[in-house]
Design a protein around this ligand. Structure first.
Ligand code: BGC
Length: 453
């Protein structure tokens, strides 16, 4: 076993970045202290029935106060990079205008602590926690988003750019635009194409503009942005299922990266959602600004998916056939475990051409952990990491320039609409006492990363 690990680890090479990722809205807590303004998630959590167990993100796992201990854990597990996001409303409580110095000071403390411990900070600018004040002005659906976002980026680069060189502009734009502006399962709970399409376009503009602004402000910056992705399979080989899978594939895998690479939005005959997007696009401003030459693309893959034709679902006319129904391996989130599909998605992003480097900026799994005599023996999570890392190595060996892997996530945290029951951490958190317990998967990484190469 040990030898196998050493070999796996060695094969990734010395310069490979090993990291762990968190996000502000899921980890920090301290929602109303030191001048932080409210975010869309603070408000969304107050609405009945939106979040499992009526959970609130207000305290979460208290990273705001416990960052030193948590960074020690990152270090102890052997990681060398740490990805975290900036809470926009902590540094600009109204989203724009006045800067909150205490917010800036907090991130300075986190960054300095990382550097002192020898951890390379990777900063995500936007990981889904929009200031509520901006939402009241239309948020991601507003044309003003580009202006607001630019100011936020500039404040971040001016404040942290002397020490932070690695930047991720957006976290999974498909995630927050679809869940937050089409389906309404996530904050701010908006639905329908009239919200979704402008949100998509503004996110596409902001991701490229964010890259440009960082390039202009930060010398020697390494700039990326992250995408969710999911290999899509038709349920049967019937033509209607195959077409449904194509539509889902466009939304899940192509909508955000193709305009970035200069290909414009995808086209598909008969897919009216895209027709509308193209129609709007003509009227929208700045479409020439959708492109940017990123240093790396962040890939995040949690599941592959199988869909069938379903005329009842507006526009996409497809619905998912769940992994449990198909009796294939899945996590306790119900997400299909399929490391081969992860390998294929990595290759697919690479084969676009124009992608210089791929970083896996999140990868992980929720399994129901059992704390027995102070030990969490999360063997399924360990098996998950083993399979996914082997698949990644396969892609790397076949010539994909993969530069790093970030496990999701450090500690159990606020898992958005799932509240606190869905635990993805390498470290277990007792949310009553804030006691941390390293899971066996955390020790697995420690052994894996401490092997000398
Ligand atoms: C998001 C994380 C989330 C994870 C697991 C990713 O899509 O970036 O914030 O916790 O998925 O659901």
């Amino acid at each position: 076993m040990h030898q196998q690990h050493a070999l796996l680890r060695q094969s990734f090479g010395r310069n490979f970045q090993w990291g762990v990722a968190i996000s502000a809205g899921q980890n920090e807590g301290a929602w109303n202290v030191d001048g932080r303004g409210p975010s869309i998630w603070d408000q969304f959590a107050r609405k009945q029935g939106k979040i499992k167990g009526s959970a609130k993100p207000y305290h979460s796992c208290d990273f705001y106060y416990r960052y030193k201990d948590d960074l020690m854990l990152v270090k102890a597990m052997g990681f060398t990079s740490f990805r975290f996001s900036i809470s926009w409303s902590r540094i600009l409580p109204e989203g724009t205008g006045r800067i909150n110095k205490e917010g800036i000071a907090f991130y300075n403390r986190v960054i300095d602590e990382c550097l002192q411990l020898g951890l390379t900070p990777f900063v995500t600018l936007y990981h889904w926690d929009l200031p509520l004040a901006l939402h009241k002005e239309g948020g991601w659906t507003s044309h003003q988003m580009l202006k607001w976002f630019s100011r936020f980026v500039n404040v971040c680069t001016e404040s942290f750019g002397d020490r932070v060189k690695n930047w991720i502009v957006l976290n999974e734009p498909m995630g927050f635009t679809s869940l937050g502006y089409m389906i309404g399962k996530h904050a701010p709970g908006k639905t329908g194409l009239s919200n979704f399409l402008p949100a998509v376009h503004n996110a596409v503009l902001c991701q490229a503009e964010g890259g440009r602004l960082i390039r202009a402000a930060v010398p020697r910056a390494n700039i990326g942005t992250s995408f969710s992705c999911s290999e899509v399979h038709p349920f049967t080989q019937r033509e209607e299922d195959i077409k449904a899978a194509r539509r889902a594939d466009i939304l899940l895998n192509r909508l955000f990266i193709e305009p970035l690479l200069g290909r414009g939005y995808p086209q598909e005959p008969g897919f009216t959602l895209l027709d509308k997007l193209h129609l709007h696009n003509k009227a929208w401003k700045y479409t020439d600004r959708m492109q940017f030459n990123f240093d790396f693309i962040g890939v995040q893959n949690y599941f592959s998916t199988t869909v069938k034709y379903n005329p009842l679902i507006p526009y996409i006319q497809a619905s998912e056939v769940k992994a449990a129904t198909r009796k294939v391996p899945h996590t306790d989130m119900g997400w299909e475990v399929n490391a081969d599909s992860f390998y294929r998605m990595i290759k697919r992003f690479w084969l676009y051409g124009g992608v210089k480097e791929i970083m896996v900026t999140e990868s992980g799994a929720f399994y129901k952990d059992q704390l027995v005599n102070g030990i969490i023996n999360d063997t399924k999570r360990i098996a998950y990491f083993e399979q996914y890392l082997s698949a990644l190595l396969r892609a790397k060996k076949e010539g994909v320039n993969v530069g790093g892997y970030f496990a999701w996530t450090l500690t159990d945290n606020f898992e958005w609409a799932e509240g606190y029951h869905a635990r993805f951490g390498l470290v277990h958190v007792d949310f009553n006492t804030q006691l941390r317990t390293i899971k066996q998967s955390g020790y697995w990484f420690r052994d894996f990363l401490h092997d000398k190469i």
